[in-house]
Design a protein around this ligand. Structure first.
Ligand SMILES: [Zn+2]
Length: 171
């Protein structure tokens, strides 16, 4: 069941109550997820489907677990053509109020510093930005540039690490 996502949430209260939230947000709503200055992002359109679960685990750690599903419009950095990247990202955030608590979180949580009400879109946007690859490229075999002259030349060039390995070998 999809419901309207709240604009502002109080994460700790939702964790106490064990609430779940489902809904969609338009990608255009994210102010930091813009085509410029990020050159890899082609355009911002579509929606992100959001599933969130707030609760407390057996160690009494308040958490926010979530799943984001969307398609990002990116620019392939090999052929410089637009490409759609399906995103299905899961995350687990430990809700903390102090740096000490953040440091003590088990490794399966990323800390989320909580101080009262927060904009839900901000939290979602942070996770979405992490899902954008640093150098987006078409999958192998689907990139128009791969059959091109440049692609072939690149394939023949020795891998930088291979060069390094040769340099390191004793004479
Ligand atoms: Zn490409």
């Amino acid at each position: 069941m999809l419901e309207q996502l709240p604009v502002v949430i109080e994460p700790l209260r939702l964790a106490e109550a064990g609430r779940q939230l489902h809904g969609r947000l338009p990608l255009a709503e994210f102010k930091r997820l813009k085509p410029a200055p990020a050159p890899a992002l082609h355009e911002v359109r579509g929606e992100v489907e959001v599933d969130l679960e707030f609760g407390k685990d057996e160690l009494h750690i308040a958490y926010l677990r979530g799943r984001l599903r969307t398609r990002l419009q990116l620019i392939c950095q090999r052929c410089l053509q637009p490409m759609a990247l399906p995103v299905d990202e899961k995350f687990a955030l430990g809700l903390v109020t102090t740096d000490e608590a953040a440091e003590q979180l088990p490794a399966d949580y990323e800390p989320l510093m909580v101080s009262g009400p927060m904009e839900l879109a901000e939290i979602i946007e942070d996770e979405l930005i992490l899902a954008v690859p640093f150098v987006p490229m078409h999958p192998v075999g689907q990139c128009p540039a791969q059959g091109g002259q440049e692609g072939r030349l690149k394939d023949k060039a020795p891998h930088p690490f291979a060069v390094l390995a040769r340099l390191k070998k004793p004479q």
